[in-house]
Design a protein around this ligand. Structure first.
Ligand SMILES: *Cc1c(COP(=O)(O)O)cnc(C)c1O
Length: 220
């Protein structure tokens, strides 16, 4: 696969869903990928990336940003509160606001800095015990709490349970966003981004289908 093919498939999915071309933002998930692969995608003109780890992003992106103006990097992995300060300085958006203590921390940072990345609330649509995210039953109250803290929440994010049909999870997330007056929907990965576009995704997060398989082994 690769960037060109994924862009083509995304354009087809937009058209099939009757959505305007370019209405879905393609986040190229570059976590754990060798720098040469990331550089190749930057050279092809792509400027929107997703990272899961603050340390890795801090090591990788300042130099790429200097060379490739207009680059935007979104945090899509779980965020520890003690890394929140570094994260708000590194990322244009954080897709993983998932608990009151993190919301509070981000609100304090936003107040101190006078600016905040755009935020998505992560919803644990599958109610999986091991997975991050606000439970669906708590979502409305949590979103209201974020708004009361004047946090710039622009949408919702989910990672459906592995091996399950993603579509009911995408539909549930879309319904939850609509009910709360949120327009952003961060959903869909390599295996299911077309279904996510059909369900209204505004941001799809595609890693291995663009860059190739991740080699976690080389990280030690
Ligand atoms: C790694 C990751 C992705 C990309 O996964 P692929 O299957 O490689 O497309 C998307 N979203 C999140 C939250 C991830 O952690």
């Amino acid at each position: 696969m690769g960037l060109v093919e994924i862009r083509e498939r995304l354009a087809k999915a937009e058209a099939a869903a009757g959505r305007p071309a370019g209405s879905v933002r393609l986040i190229a998930v570059s976590k754990v990928q060798p720098l040469e692969r990331v550089e190749a995608v930057l050279e092809q003109g792509h400027r929107l990336f997703g990272e899961n780890y603050v340390q890795e992003a801090a090591a990788k992106w300042p130099a790429f940003r200097a060379r490739f103006p207009g680059t935007e990097v979104h945090m899509i992995g779980p965020l520890q509160s003690n890394k929140a300060k570094q994260a708000v300085e590194l990322f244009e958006a954080i897709h993983t606001v998932d608990r009151p203590s993190l919301a509070k921390k981000l609100a304090n940072l936003a107040q101190a800095r006078g600016v905040s990345p755009e935020l998505f609330v992560q919803i644990n649509t599958g109610e999986e015990p091991q997975k991050a995210g606000v439970l669906p039953a708590d979502a409305d109250a949590f979103i209201a709490d974020c708004r009361a803290k004047e946090l710039p929440v622009v949408g919702l994010m989910c990672i459906p349970p592995e091996g399950e049909d993603s579509r009911p999870h995408f539909a549930a997330l879309a319904e939850m966003a609509e009910r709360n007056g949120l327009t952003g929907l961060s959903m869909g990965m390599s295996a299911d981004f077309e279904a996510a576009v059909a369900a209204g995704a505004t941001h799809v997060r595609v890693g291995s289908a663009i860059f190739g398989a991740r080699d976690y082994g080389s990280k030690g």
